[in-house]
Design a protein around this ligand. Structure first.
Ligand code: ZN
Length: 86
């Protein structure tokens, strides 16, 4: 169950696209209660989506920080993405 390695992300989850969609809705605070419950439960057993969720959350925080302080390099978010998902 926990042998999903990095670089194998999309194969690790059968419902990856659905999860990703809900994940983004949640980060935008636009997910329904059902969707939130689904994903919260799902990430407990799905390392793939859990990692994506954590990374996307960090990216949001970084972008927010950048908007507030204008100090974070613009390519930081994508470099984090590529580090984690390459
Ligand atoms: Zn998943």
């Amino acid at each position: 169950m926990e042998s999903v390695g990095k670089g194998d992300a999309k194969k690790g989850c059968k419902e990856f696209e659905k999860c990703l969609e809900i994940l983004h809705l949640m980060l935008d605070s636009e997910a329904s209660k059902d969707q939130e419950e689904y994903l919260n439960e799902h990430v407990e057993g799905c390392m793939t989506c859990f990692e994506h969720y954590e990374v996307e959350k960090q990216i949001r925080i970084l972008l927010q920080t950048r908007l507030e302080h204008k100090q974070v390099p613009s390519d930081l978010a994508s470099s984090i993405r590529s580090k984690v998902f390459e």
